[in-house]
Design a protein around this ligand. Structure first.
Ligand code: MG
Length: 218
């Protein structure tokens, strides 16, 4: 089991299930030649995929194309289901920057065959996460600068205001499907600019002004 590191807090909190969302930024959906749906696509990523800053993404033997996806993560503070949008913030402990590492070749095959994405998204080390920034320290989570540099070069940069769905809607939407529990993590989807990472690369993901995440690729 993994435990979050919470900035400015000694609270211990175990990472629960990880809910991944897709097609939550218009420009990224267009890059992937994917249609924007009425609600975001949802998939699960195993908790065992988590690594922290200083860790290494390990390239699995059966994939030849890993992609980076920098995302805003929402950490859930207490159990809840059928949460109304108006109460969604009461269920948010804080935010972090996450990488939804994806075996793009395996995902492309899964899409073609109509198979689930569990393999493409679920390998060990495919969920690097930063420290948690407590919600009260963030003025407006819908106005955060997300960025990712690979070997010092800017690959992804976007403001969370470009999300197609509000964070309140996202929490409410997920909780209509599955009970959210304390410690669960919602990865809210990636903006434009995903691309390949290779062995030896160094990744630097940021929520500007709040937290950073440094990992390399093995
Ligand atoms: Mg993603």
């Amino acid at each position: 089991m993994h435990q979050y590191v919470i900035q400015g807090s000694t609270q211990r909190l175990t990472v629960g299930k990880i809910i991944g969302l897709a097609r939550t930024y218009k420009a990224h959906a267009e890059d992937m030649h994917a249609l924007v749906t009425e609600e975001p696509l949802l998939f699960l990523k195993p908790e065992s995929a988590v690594i922290f800053s200083g860790g290494s993404i390990v390239i699995p033997r059966n994939s030849h194309c890993l992609h980076h996806e920098v995302e805003l993560g929402v950490v859930i503070s207490k159990d809840g289901s059928h949460i109304p949008e108006a109460n969604a913030r009461d269920y948010v402990l804080g935010y972090l920057v996450a990488l939804d590492i994806t075996a793009r070749d395996l995902q492309a095959e899964a899409k073609k065959q109509g198979w689930p994405w569990a393999i493409a998204k679920g390998f060990d080390t495919f969920a690097p996460i930063s420290d948690v920034v407590l919600a009260r320290k963030i003025l407006d989570p819908m106005n955060l600068e997300l960025s990712l540099r690979v070997n010092g070069q800017l690959r992804q940069k976007a403001n969370t205001s470009l999300l197609l769905y509000s964070l309140d809607h996202i929490v409410s939407f997920v909780s209509e499907i599955m009970t959210l529990r304390e410690g669960d993590l919602i990865m809210t989807g990636t903006p434009q600019g995903v691309g390949e990472i290779k062995a030896g690369d160094i990744l630097d993901a940021r929520l500007e002004g709040y937290c950073t995440l440094h990992v390399d690729v093995h």
